[in-house]
Ligand binder design. Structure first.
Ligand code: ADP
Ligand code: ZN
Ligand code: MG
Length: 526
């Protein structure tokens, strides 16, 4: 198979996502009063409504409607005041009533959009980005200094309910193939679920990944879901088709299921784009089908040929009245909208002089953003000077540490905002070198002590005193006449050798800036 880069020379990939989020922060299910609880003993949270017993009548959960309106407002959707619930009929034991309650052509939220910042390595997947000048717009992207902004349309966000969970016994790894029997747990049946559908506006697997990440950040910020991809409270299906470069119509798409991590979403789409290109280039055709991405063998396999809407016999739910949202309700929800990640990033950039890139990475995680704000408050008059070093500490060192120690969280670390300020102050004042700062950072986490205490205990103070450094520089120059001669003949790389010698004498505690400066001066006079 060809590589993605090669395929995208001839073909344009068209991607649309369908993203389901369980409203895990609610107390109760969508149409009954059963408690929402992940991991409870099987079938302990059920009632006649979510078991689909005859005659049981559903009552919509108002808090769930608030959540979906919040999601719509946060993603620039129009909120539809009049919408209805529908029955999507199907027969499978995971839904005892044999239909899923969902919405029809008009959902609570319609016609939204999100802008994605794509830069660095992620921007490389976009075909011929360099043909665009900075500020220029083509298709749905606008070129920026280090990448581009992609404008992604959101078709709708509708309200529905989750199904129960099937457990297959006796087959390999819980699969249905080879199973002797299956069990079903209805605790999840009726869990409020919102499904967001994007326009087919995405063009690369990276854009799909970034969209998913951005949406997750927004949902976490507005607090409607815990968005756990491992536990399945955030799930994504990727729809993808190809068309020849320059073509306008849409090709036949396939739909990828099981995209339960950002990496799977990216890699599954990448594989599928390359597979479709191979089929098409060999003169074959793409069938509209649902495929399963198997990350262990790195390929997609057919699950089923796509059902059409007709197969589901979608019809208005007779047990639920059409829904009317009042202006007062919508405005009440709007008033609850917190600061969104994009707004927070703009504020960080404006208030603390951070680059858009740093600000964007700081707000990716609510805890990190809160930590940063606390540190800025603790820094007081030094906030402006320390903002960049603290941002670097968070984005690089802290996140690397947390990635390597998955059991730990920012809140449990011995590094507090006050300690982050103290550490970056020490470096900014040249009291320790940036290399020493790494050692102090690790020691703070390990020993739970203030940075200043660690510096004192280890005698780490960086020597910036010019007199002391000058003496060492003189000594090193006197002791290495051959190197001095070669340096003077134009071998300027030898400066590194001299710096190294000085550092060695000073046991790593000399201020490299001062050493470099003095060496350059003295060598030119030697
Ligand atoms: P379906 O009826 O198969 O569910 P929809 O029209 O509801 O299809 O679209 C589902 C998702 O697939 C949306 O995100 C949409 O943007 C995307 N999509 C639709 N057609 C295509 C296509 N030809 N190629 C890629 N994505 C597509
Ligand atoms: Zn119930
Ligand atoms: Mg659809």
């Amino acid at each position: 198979m060809k590589k993605l880069e090669e395929v995208l020379e001839d073909w344009e990939a068209v991607i649309g996502l369908e993203i389901h989020a369980e409203l895990t922060t609610l107390e109760t299910k969508m149409f009954c009063g059963c408690k929402l609880e992940f991991g409870a003993p099987p079938n302990t949270h059920t009632c006649p409504v979510c078991l689909g017993l005859p005659g049981a009548l559903p009552v919509p959960n108002k808090a769930a409607i608030e959540s979906i309106v919040l999601a719509g407002l946060a993603t620039n959707c129009d909120i539809e005041k009049h919408s209805m619930f529908y029955r999507k009929n199907y027969m499978y034991p995971d839904m005892a009533k044999n239909f899923q309650t969902t919405q029809g052509p008009i959902a609570f939220c319609m016609r939204g959009h999100l802008d994605l910042d794509v830069d660095g390595a992620a921007a490389k997947e976009r075909y011929r980005l360099d043909d665009l000048a900075v500020g220029e717009t083509e298709d749905n992207i606008t070129r920026t200094e280090d990448g581009y902004v992609a404008h992604v349309g959101i078709t709708r966000i509708h309200m529905e309910e989750d199904a129960g969970k099937m457990v297959h016994v006796g087959g390999g790894e819980g699969r249905i193939a080879g199973a002797t029997h299956s069990m079903v747990d209805y605790n999840r049946a009726g869990t409020p679920l919102i499904e967001l559908v994007t326009e087919p506006d995405l063009r690369t697997p990276e854009e799909a990944r970034l969209f998913m990440q951005k949406l997750r950040q927004i949902y976490l910020a507005i607090g409607i879901s815990d968005c756990s991809m491992e536990e399945g409270s955030l799930r994504c299906d990727g729809n993808v088709s190809l068309r020849k470069r320059g073509a306008k119509g849409l090709g036949t798409k396939t739909e990828l299921k099981n995209m339960n991590s950002f990496k799977n979403l990216h890699d599954g789409l990448t594989y599928e784009i390359c597979r479709q290109a191979e089929v098409l280039e060999e003169g074959g055709i793409i069938y509209q089908e649902t495929r399963h991405w198997d990350p262990s063998v790195k390929r997609t396999i057919v699950m089923r040929v796509k059902e059409t809407a007709d197969d589901y016999r979608l019809f208005p739910e007779p047990d639920l009245a059409p829904y009317d949202l009042s202006d007062a309700f919508i405005e009440g929800v709007r008033a609850k909208l917190p600061e969104l990640p994009d707004q927070k990033a703009k504020r960080f950039a404006a208030d603390f002089g951070l680059s858009a890139y740093d600000a964007r990475h700081l707000v990716e995680n609510l805890d990190v953003a809160a930590f940063f704000e606390e540190a800025m408050a603790a820094a007081g008059a030094d906030a402006l000077t320390l903002a960049k070093p603290i941002a670097n500490l968070m984005i690089n060192d802290v996140s690397a540490y947390l990635n390597a120690h998955v059991d730990e969280s920012l809140g449990n670390l011995a590094l507090t905002p006050a300690r982050a300020v103290e550490l970056t102050k020490l470096t900014a004042a040249d009291a320790i070198s940036s290399k020493q700062a790494k050692e102090v950072f690790a020691a703070v986490l390990e020993e739970d002590k203030d940075p200043g205490v660690i510096v004192d205990e280890r005698g780490m103070k960086q020597v910036s005193d010019t007199g002391a450094i000058e003496a060492v520089v003189d000594q090193v120059i006197a002791a290495n006449p051959d190197e001095v001669a070669r340096y003077k003949e134009g071998n300027e790389k030898l400066i590194g050798f001299f710096v190294g010698q000085c550092m060695k004498q000073m046991r790593g505690q000399g201020n490299p800036k001062v050493i470099n400066q003095l060496l350059a001066e003295k060598l030119s006079q030697a």
